[in-house]
Design a protein around this ligand. Structure first.
Ligand code: RUB
Length: 309
């Protein structure tokens, strides 16, 4: 294994093992991996460089199946190299660096806008429920706190990997009153909740949202209790393949995450994500504002037409 693929292999391994988790962090790590590859490349020609990039892309895509933000980002960066008239590899590597930096800057700006818009939805003295760990949700709550809102948060533990513990620690560090519950206690507490806010891993062309396993049950509980349910997400979590008939692939993880020494003949299933239907989503808070899940393809065509190329 050469040092180029080492950078990619290490990144892919960290993503697979959940050392990097959450769609944004996964995409950022993958972009950084490709940037490192570009900085270190010794490819003798454009064709060889593209071959390296394609291999890196395939390895990173395979690290987690349900991550369209990572896929959109890497496709966009590699397309820039493909379409360039340039043949000099060093200059093509610079294109990777510059395109990546711009993408990351835009992602940061989207996140800032989402937090600004979402924070306005939080009323004083309210209780917010969230599921799993989403950096976008934490950032929104941080912004609301910064804006002087008084509120508290209930967060679910999010079995089997307990990402809710990450959320709880972050919120406590921000000085936000936080209550930690097991996933199955969601309905028990829902009547005390004013607003549910969750992140997203993928958005389909029909406006359905894929997020951590259990999100759809939280949405059902919210629906039954008439509690508004919002998704906060960069638009680039949209998966263009769903537009052309593909289903978003749901990653299925090792059963040992659920039960290490399970009886030999027992089938243990461990899907990482589930689909929340658009009918249960009051709105998607994205960089273009508060949008209806129904309008997702129209907004994507307007804002990011290149994802359909
Ligand atoms: C994390 C998860 C998060 C989304 C959004 O799942 O479902 O809600 O990825 O996160 P996992 P962000 O821990 O399996 O990656 O807002 O940070 O992109």
């Amino acid at each position: 294994m050469n040092s180029l693929s080492d950078a990619i292999q290490t990144t892919a391994k960290r993503i697979r093992r959940l050392e990097v988790q959450g769609a944004r962090s996964v995409a950022i790590a993958a972009i950084r991996g490709v940037q490192t590859l570009a900085e270190q490349t010794e490819a003798p020609s454009k064709k060889d460089f593209l071959r390296e990039l394609t291999k890196a892309k395939e390895t990173l895509f395979a690290s987690r199946a349900t991550e369209p933000l990572m896929r959109n980002a890497l496709r966009m960066i590699i397309n820039k190299v493909e379409k360039s008239e340039e043949r000099n590899v060093k200059r093509l590597a610079e294109t990777v660096t510059l395109t990546s930096e711009q993408f990351l800057k835009d992602l940061e700006e989207s996140n800032r806008k989402i937090a600004e818009i979402g924070a306005r939805r939080i009323k004083n003295h309210s209780t917010i429920l969230t599921h799993c760990h989403s950096s976008t949700v934490t950032n929104l709550l941080k912004r609301a706190k910064h804006d002087g809102k008084t509120f508290e948060v209930i967060c679910t533990e999010s079995r089997p990997a307990f990402q809710g513990q990450v959320t709880a620690k972050e919120l406590l560090e921000l000085g936000i009153k936080t209550t930690f519950i097991i996933d199955s206690a969601t309905r028990f507490f829902m009547n005390e909740v004013d607003l549910v806010v969750v992140g997203a891993d993928a958005i389909t062309s029909e406006g359905n949202v894929i997020n951590k396993i259990g999100t759809s049950i939280v949405a059902l509980a919210a629906h039954e209790a008439r509690t508004p349910f919002y998704v906060v997400s960069e638009l680039l979590k949209f998966d263009p393949a769903t537009m052309y008939g593909d289903y978003e692939k749901i990653e299925e993880r090792s059963p040992s995450e659920i039960w290490k020494d399970a009886p030999k003949d027992l089938e243990v299933r461990n899907p990482a994500f589930d689909v929340t239907r658009r009918d249960f989503i009051h709105g998607i808070i994205c960089e273009e504002g508060m949008i209806s899940p129904h309008s997702i393809t129209e907004v994507m065509h307007r804002k990011y037409p290149w994802v359909f190329e």
